[in-house]
Design a protein around this ligand. Structure first.
Ligand SMILES: NC(=O)c1ccc[n+]([C@@H]2O[C@H](COP(=O)([O-])OP(=O)(O)OC[C@H]3O[C@@H](n4cnc5c(N)ncnc54)[C@H](O)[C@@H]3O)[C@@H](O)[C@H]2O)c1
Length: 260
């Protein structure tokens, strides 16, 4: 990570490793689906399969939460939903602001999955005066000049940036100065933030590039096709391949969200 950006230890407070934290939303999604089907208990194997995680890793992860399940019965679904939600801070309401309400920002604003997970969109903000007052997802877009006031009045600690890359750092600086301490950045640029501010970056094109890498490698593994003949020089380079492998997610999957 570059100088001046957030440095986080590999383990969070209370000794939960970052890799475990990254898997908690996967468990929560699988558990929520079970809860919606009124399934009372689940074995570690079933839950691991539903979450796409190895079951030994799941048991280890849950041990950090102090949840060990009952032999022969498994884990209590509702209690685990509560425990994981509490651990992730989802038992409280998190007002968020979105800045940059263009194609992507409007699509995100219209996504119902934030509210159902405890993230309330407090305001949609844009710098284009012609957009101000226009309803997006049932909310009027507000002008960028009011950003500080909006953050303050709504107690916002999480900001979502969906502006063009060239505007993202300036928007980030204003959010941070206004008191925002977590940023979800969709703009294709690396943001500099002071210590104490967390940035997560979403870049779907990077995910596609990694999939392209794996597709290419699979093609190289086909019988009769020599990998050397198929893979371009950059992929044959061990460092590049390792870097691509290193980008893999908590349990071998490839997350769309990565630490910035
Ligand atoms: N991460 C991803 O996977 C992903 C996917 C698609 C787009 N993007 C990125 O998301 C961003 C938005 O893409 P889009 O297609 O919605 O673009 P867009 O041009 O449709 O929207 C950008 C919006 O930002 C506003 N804006 C510009 N400067 C601003 C500022 N200083 N403050 C507040 N608002 C400002 C514009 O008025 C506009 O409404 C781009 O950076 C794009 O590269 C990322």
């Amino acid at each position: 990570m570059a100088t001046g950006r957030t440095h986080r230890p590999a383990t969070r407070s209370r000794g939960i490793p970052e890799a475990t934290v990254a898997r908690l939303p996967l468990y929560l999604r699988a558990l929520t689906a079970l809860s919606e089907r009124s399934v009372p208990t689940v074995s570690s194997e079933e839950l691991a399969a539903a979450a796409g995680v190895n079951s030994a890793k799941l048991r280890k992860d849950f041990s950090y939460l102090g949840s060990y399940g009952t032999r022969g019965v498994g884990y209590d679904v509702e209690y685990l939903v509560y425990q994981i939600s509490r651990e992730l801070g989802l038992t409280q309401d998190w007002p968020i602001v979105m800045v940059g309400i263009g194609n992507l920002g409007a699509a995100l604003a219209n996504y119902g999955g934030f509210a159902s997970r405890g993230f309330r969109v407090a305001a949609l903000i844009d710098a284009d005066p012609s957009m101000v007052g226009r309803p997006v997802a049932g909310m009027p877009v507000q002008f960028i000049d009011d950003l500080e006031k909006i953050v303050d009045e709504n107690g916002v600690s999480i900001g979502v940036i969906a502006t063009p890359a060239g505007a993202a750092q300036q928007v980030c600086d204003r959010l941070v100065a206004a008191g925002v301490t977590s940023i979800l950045n969709f703009a294709p640029t690396v943001l500099s933030v002071p210590d104490g501010v967390d940035v997560r970056k979403v870049d779907l094109s990077i995910e596609l590039q990694i999939l392209a890498f794996h597709e290419q490698r699979k093609a190289g593994e086909e019988p009769g096709a020599g990998a050397e003949a198929v893979l371009p020089p950059v992929v044959r380079d061990a460092g590049a391949a390792a870097a691509a492998e290193g980008r893999k997610g908590p349990d071998g999957d490839m997350p769309a969200v990565m630490p910035a």
